[in-house]
Write a protein that binds this ligand. Structure first.
Ligand code: ATP
Ligand code: MG
Length: 260
């Protein structure tokens, strides 16, 4: 009896050590009446890729802003590496839903702006990887929406953080570019031992990238479903198990009217 209690305690301690992010938001409200989040809780383990899906306006971007420490006006607790987040955390960066580039800086300058090392090799690698080499001296107003989003992604990847938050980063990209960047993102994250939390509306993207998918409800939002995606990586879209998983999630969401 004693022994099993002890091993239970050890398992719970090990689980705690593996946790990078612990989110527990009791209430998040805008103004007097717009209750956006209520009793939303989940954890993310180190080196896992987690994706959040949910209907428009349910509070996904609001949640990411709270996690990164940009918004602290909520009732609840968010911990990164066991410590409460109460200011923008250095170990954590975000690719916003809109590029938010600095208009007076070129592509190269935007990407290099927060570079911590003196070595700019990573900037040139990313410019090449994202096929932006010929636009490195262009300014944001000279870019298409998809190109600007690629620059925003590169800017975050130059100093890959412990926790990378991605708010629909590939939404404005064509399908081929999107697939290419998904592959590259996984490679970079795995190589650097980073952990990612993505928001997307694209179920194919969610299944391709994730170890776990969390589903948010309509407002006031909470987590209403979790899917563990155990397919081998790198994932093969031609594998029937892949398309079955996408279809299953779509079917569940439609059945429960989650995306309406
Ligand atoms: N700064 C703000 N001030 C007031 N209300 C806000 C603010 N930011 C978000 N909201 C409200 O919070 C709710 C959730 O918005 P949020 O942007 O988090 O949704 P979302 O799930 O990211 O939607 P989408 O899928 O369209 O990106 C909406 O009702 C929105 O109007
Ligand atoms: Mg959003």
């Amino acid at each position: 009896m004693k022994e099993s209690c002890l091993s239970g305690e050890i398992v719970s301690r090990v689980n705690k050590l593996k946790r990078l992010l612990e989110v527990n938001i009791k209430r998040k409200q805008f103004g007097k009446s717009n209750l956006v989040i209520r009793n939303l809780a989940f954890n993310i383990e180190k080196n896992k890729f987690t994706t959040i899906i949910g209907p428009n306006g349910c509070g996904k971007s609001t949640l990411l802003k709270a996690i990164i420490g940009l918004d602290q006006e909520y009732d609840g607790l968010i911990k990164l590496n066991g410590k409460e987040i109460n200011s923008p955390a250095k170990e954590c960066s975000i690719v916003f839903q809109e590029p938010r580039l600095m208009p007076w800086m070129s592509v190269n300058e935007n990407i290099s702006f927060g570079l911590e090392k003196n070595d700019k090799t990573i900037v040139y690698d990313l410019l090449e990887l994202l096929e932006l080499e010929n636009f490195s001296d262009n300014f944001p107003h000279q870019l298409s929406g998809g190109m600007a989003q690629k620059v925003a992604l590169a800017r975050t990847l130059v100093n890959l953080p412990n926790l990378l938050l991605l708010d629909e980063p590939f939404g404005s990209l064509d399908a081929i570019t999107r697939h290419k960047l998904q592959r590259k993102l996984l490679e970079i994250i795995e190589k650097e031992n980073s952990t990612a939390l993505l928001v997307t509306h694209d179920l194919d993207e969610a299944v391709y990238l994730s170890d776990e998918i969390l589903v948010m409800s309509q407002r006031p939002a909470r987590i209403i479903k979790k899917y563990a995606i155990n397919l081998p990586k790198p994932r093969d879209r031609a594998d029937k198990r892949f398309s079955d998983m996408v279809a299953k999630i779509y079917f569940d969401l439609e059945k429960d009217s989650i995306l309406e």
